[in-house]
Design a protein around this ligand. Structure first.
Ligand code: AHM
Ligand code: MG
Length: 330
């Protein structure tokens, strides 16, 4: 516990990052700058998200992203904002994004690799429901100044040096970890600052909320169906926004489990390991929660491709364990 980050309330994100910089494994200041860049881009995206209902930036632009989903204009904008913010500083050597087929090699001396879903939950944009940004930071493995290799962009989640998310909700929040616990910051729009609002976040060990798209239940595995029945027998509460960051965040605060299992449509699960699951798995574990693919820890999985999908079970430790036990027993 002594390795936990030092916190004091009334602290801006900038000050917090500065105060805790020496906790980072490689305290060169570059990781701090990356976190500041992400925070700044999220403020710009937040502004666009808030304006989305007012001006005509909504709707598909006619392109599809790699996963074949309709790409909304706001997704494109968010991708541009984050890409710009992360390429300018020189700290990032490569970028992986949900919105881009392959990774970007920034051919610079950047020591870090960033994986990002700039705007997740895109089906919720048009209907004014919460959406989020998810990010992971890795150290690059190949020497700086040489071309980015697969080993740089296909790292296991355990190798993340920082990860987090931004939730564009009733308030905008930035939640992140550098491997020393999890801290949450709430955006004050009139001041344009994030303030530490949720120091040292802990996910309840157990909970009573389950978040699954039960409309697909007919195509779930037998153990998964059995787990859903178990949730009902326990009289758990069903909550599903369909926006991963928002569902995750609620369950982190209240105790619960989010599951996106294998389905007939997505036999390997829908969510992407590198830029959706790993970051939330890191945050969950750092907050005392757990994340698996039903059987194995998400953070121990070795990705084979950039846009690889995985089944995702994340949330309160006891709930993730229970769902896993039922899976194992099958
Ligand atoms: P996206 O990356 O295309 O936005 O899809 C990811 C989203 C998650 O935010 C959410 O948890 C899930 O897809 C919902 O999927 P479904 O509509 O199949 O329940
Ligand atoms: Mg996504």
């Amino acid at each position: 516990e002594s390795s936990r980050i030092a916190v004091s309330i009334g602290t801006t994100l900038d000050r917090f990052i500065k105060n805790n910089q020496d906790q980072f494994a490689y305290a060169s200041g570059e990781l701090s700058q990356l976190l500041r860049d992400i925070a700044l881009a999220s403020k710009v995206v937040n502004r666009e998200v808030n304006k989305a209902g007012l001006i005509d930036i909504m709707g598909a632009v006619g392109s599809q992203n790699t996963a074949g989903d309709d790409q909304q204009k706001l997704d494109v904008l968010a991708n541009i904002r984050f890409t710009r913010a992360l390429t300018k500083g020189g700290e990032a050597g490569a970028l992986v994004s949900e919105e881009m087929d392959s990774f970007i090699d920034l051919s610079n001396d950047g020591k870090y690799v960033i994986a990002i879903d700039p705007l997740d939950g895109s089906s919720n944009i048009d209907v004014n429901v919460s959406i989020g940004t998810i990010f992971s930071v890795y150290r690059r493995k190949s020497p700086v100044g040489t071309p980015i290799q697969e080993e740089d962009v296909l790292q296991t989640g355990d190798e993340q040096v920082a990860a987090g998310y931004v939730l564009y909700g009733s308030s905008t929040m930035l939640v992140y970890t550098t491997g020393h616990g999890v801290n949450g910051f709430t955006y004050e729009p009139t001041l344009g600052e994030y303030f530490l609002s949720h120091p040292d976040m802990r996910m309840p060990m157990d909970g009573k909320i389950y978040s699954v798209n039960e409309g697909s239940a007919n195509s779930f595995s037998e153990p998964m169906k059995a787990y859903l029945q178990y949730c009902k027998d326990q009289r758990y509460t069903a909550r599903y926004i369909g926006s991963l960051v928002a569902d995750f965040h609620r369950n982190m605060l209240k105790g619960g489990i989010y599951i996106y299992p294998a389905t007939a449509k997505d036999p390997k699960g829908k969510l992407r390991l590198i830029y959706e699951c790993n970051a939330l798995a890191f945050v969950a574990e750092q907050a005392g929660g757990a994340a698996t693919n039903g059987r194995e820890r998400i953070l121990s999985l070795t990705p084979e491709t950039l846009h690889q999908r995985t089944a995702f079970y994340v949330g309160s430790q006891k709930m993730v364990e229970k769902a896993g036990e039922m899976e194992e027993a099958s």
